[in-house]
Design a protein around this ligand. Structure first.
Ligand code: PMP
Length: 348
């Protein structure tokens, strides 16, 4: 190895779910929403002429619209390139004490990657045998806390009082609640941001708003937290939000009826599909997300994953301790789920 390699920052990167090149597949592996964004988004023209200019570095129109939607002031909202960008900025901004940050052992697999990347010490806290997070495990001294609610890949949602319990027992550090999936039946911690200045709530357009391709995420918290986030962002890249994302992200927020309708369809399909697969010997925790975390009483997850893939149906398999006999199945359209169900029936 050449000596310059000693000084390289070496990281083991996060592995995103596969984005297959082959056509005519059923794609239930990366928690996208099958319905696509509102017509208002699709019909909104982005003036190509404007692309010669830098976008508004503050993404004001988008921030204002998101703030109004949630009944907040604009200085309580921070936007980024998907919630991955928002979360990475938040790690860099808030987890600086040198003490260990805490997150569940079974959770979004990007958290440990950011911690490693930014040299943030961390400790994972085991969820129980039913994959539940225990609030009291998070009471001790730490450098900050992050967890998704609903959690991924388990799909389990915890109550507002559960989140408050963690936040109020950690007033000297920042608690980040990653609400990527909250719109599919979870309980949001948003009402707590006025009460607790140490709480940051993070959301994404990639799931419930069906706009993963545009890359928009946002954080909500008190104005001081948002200012600190912006200071870090402007020290790194002033123009994270491109012009189409600002314009189309705003448009999506303005069509609440469509948003609620597609979320409802995903939830209905999820509950129908869950009941159907339970008849086939599958089980899964109750889901508050747009996916199910399923296991079968005889067939192994790996075997189902491989056979499904050979049949052009992609689901997510994690070859990791504790969860290597589970599959994370994104809820697609009713038609897609009927096809997947027929496939599962042939297997069992
Ligand atoms: N948080 C969780 C829990 C997720 O599952 C995902 C999706 N990979 C994200 C955040 C990031 O989503 P995005 O960057 O598309 O907003």
């Amino acid at each position: 190895m050449a000596s310059w390699e000693d000084n390289i920052r070496k990281v083991v990167p996060y592995v995103p779910g596969e984005q297959p090149k082959e056509k005519n597949i059923i794609k239930l592996n990366t928690n996208e929403n099958p319905y696509g964004p509102s017509k208002r988004v699709l019909e909104k023209a982005v003036e190509l002429e404007n692309l010669k200019l830098y976008p508004d570095p503050a993404a004001t129109e988008l921030v204002d619209t998101i703030a109004a939607y949630h009944g907040l002031n604009s200085n309580q909202v921070f936007v980024g390139v998907g919630s991955d960008d928002v979360l990475a900025m938040a790690f860099l901004t808030f987890f600086n004490s040198g003490k260990k940050i805490l997150f569940p052992d079974i959770t979004y697999s990007f958290y440990d990657v950011w911690a490693e990347l930014f040299n943030i010490p961390y400790e994972t806290v085991a969820v129980d045998d039913n994959f539940r997070i225990k609030a009291s495990d998070y009471y001790g001294e730490n450098g900050g806390i992050i967890f998704p609610n609903p959690n991924a890949p388990t799909s389990i949602g915890e109550s507002l009082s559960f989140v408050e319990d963690i936040v109020k027992n950690n007033k000297d550090v920042i608690v980040i609640v990653d609400e990527a999936y909250v719109d599919f039946g979870g309980e949001t911690a948003l009402p707590l941001i006025d009460k607790y200045d140490n709480l940051l709530v993070v959301r994404t357009y990639s799931k419930s708003r069906s706009m993963a391709g545009l890359r928009i995420g946002y954080a909500m918290g008190n104005d001081k937290l948002i200012k600190y986030l912006n200071d870090v962002k402007y020290s790194y890249n002033s123009y994270t939000m491109n012009l189409p994302s600002i314009i189309l992200g705003k448009e999506s927020m303005l069509d609440d009826e469509y948003f609620k309708e597609t979320v409802r369809k995903v939830i209905d399909t999820r509950e129908w599909f869950k009941a159907e697969i339970e008849k086939l010997g599958f089980s899964c925790p109750p889901s508050k997300a747009n996916f199910l975390f399923i296991t079968h009483n005889t067939l192994t997850a790996k075997e189902i994953f491989e056979k499904a893939k050979a049949n052009k149906i992609y689901v997510r398999y994690f070859n990791k301790p504790r969860i290597d006999n589970y599959l994370r199945v994104t809820i697609g359209t009713r038609e897609e789920m009927e096809t997947f169900l027929s496939f599962l029936k042939t297997l069992v």
